[in-house]
Design a protein around this ligand. Structure first.
Ligand SMILES: [Zn+2]
Length: 296
């Protein structure tokens, strides 16, 4: 057992070994801790962490990275401004309950889980989501829509998805009540793709994301092949929109019907249309960011 009795301690980071857990640390004397970070632990037991968090009444920032939780932990506190819960392999253990009314920054990496929907999000300014999907289908797109709607007041939502398979079909839309729902991501959503190449149906990804999110601004950094492919498919779709009679008049319409206007911006506020972007594509560099400003 290690006892840390430092009343003046404000920041504490513990990076563990994969086969050991930190439960032999006693920090009950650290009443003024503001930043608490646990990284790379085999498991974190509720019996150890919950009393500790309760003890840190002034805690402002909590990071749990690669720490599977055993037991449902409640993360709460009026001082909490920043919470990061992430797993690089998708194993979060049991999902926590997050009840921090003044949370401003929330970062999460893992599966879509119901605890994300029940959080108090009214003060969140930045939300970072790295969501693991194996098979991203119409139902999952709908879940994504519901999730992001809960964070739509955030100034920045950074979205990183890396599905192995994407399926989005017009006929599946009939089972989901999406008509009349509007979601805006204000002002920036970043779509990042995986760096390893997989055979993703980018047409389905473009249709699914635009249908489910209807972002106000979608920014793509051209630093990986998936983003470039996404950009190409999106620009081709935007270029062919007028001629297209894509879906029947009965039943839910695809995103094309809801789009009123799009402005494409890159570099120092340079605007151009989707056909010009495709022509410019070979000249773009990884640091370039293309932003689509949608009016729905
Ligand atoms: Zn359509």
């Amino acid at each position: 057992m290690i006892d840390i009795e430092l009343e003046c301690l404000e920041e504490f980071t513990f990076i563990g070994y994969p086969n050991r857990d930190p439960c032999d640390i006693n920090m009950s004397g650290c009443k003024n801790l503001k930043v608490f970070e646990l990284k790379r632990h085999r498991m974190i037991a509720k019996e150890w962490l919950q009393p500790l968090l309760h003890n840190f009444q002034l805690l402002q920032s909590l990071v749990l990275h690669d720490c599977p939780l055993y037991g449902r932990i409640r993360i709460s506190g009026h001082h909490l401004r920043c919470v990061e819960i992430s797993s690089s392999n998708g194993n979060l253990g049991e999902y926590p309950i997050v009840n921090a009314p003044n949370l401003e920054l929330f970062s999460y990496a893992g599966d879509i889980n119901s605890f994300l929907y029940s959080m108090e999000t009214s003060h969140i300014q930045i939300a970072n989501f790295k969501l693991y999907f194996n098979h991203l289908n119409t139902r999952k797109f709908f879940q994504l829509k519901e999730l992001l709607a809960n964070y739509s007041q955030a100034q920045f939502i950074n979205l990183h998805i890396n599905p192995n398979m994407v399926k989005f079909q017009q006929k599946d839309m009939t089972s989901t009540p999406i008509c009349g729902v509007r979601l805006t991501i204000d002002p920036t959503m970043k779509l990042e793709g995986r760096t390893v190449e997989f055979s993703i149906d980018y047409q389905a990804l473009v249709d699914g994301l635009l249908w489910s999110i209807q972002p106000e601004i979608l920014s793509l950094k051209l630093d990986c092949k998936p983003n470039i492919q996404f950009l190409e498919v999106l620009c081709r779709k935007l270029g062919s929109m007028r001629q297209e009679s894509c879906c029947k008049s009965t039943g839910p319409r695809c995103w094309v019907h809801h789009l009123r206007h799009v402005k494409i911006v890159w570099g120092e506020n340079t605007t151009c249309d989707s056909t010009e972007i495709l022509k410019l594509l070979p000249a773009f560099r990884p640091f370039h960011i293309i932003s689509f400003q949608f009016k729905w």
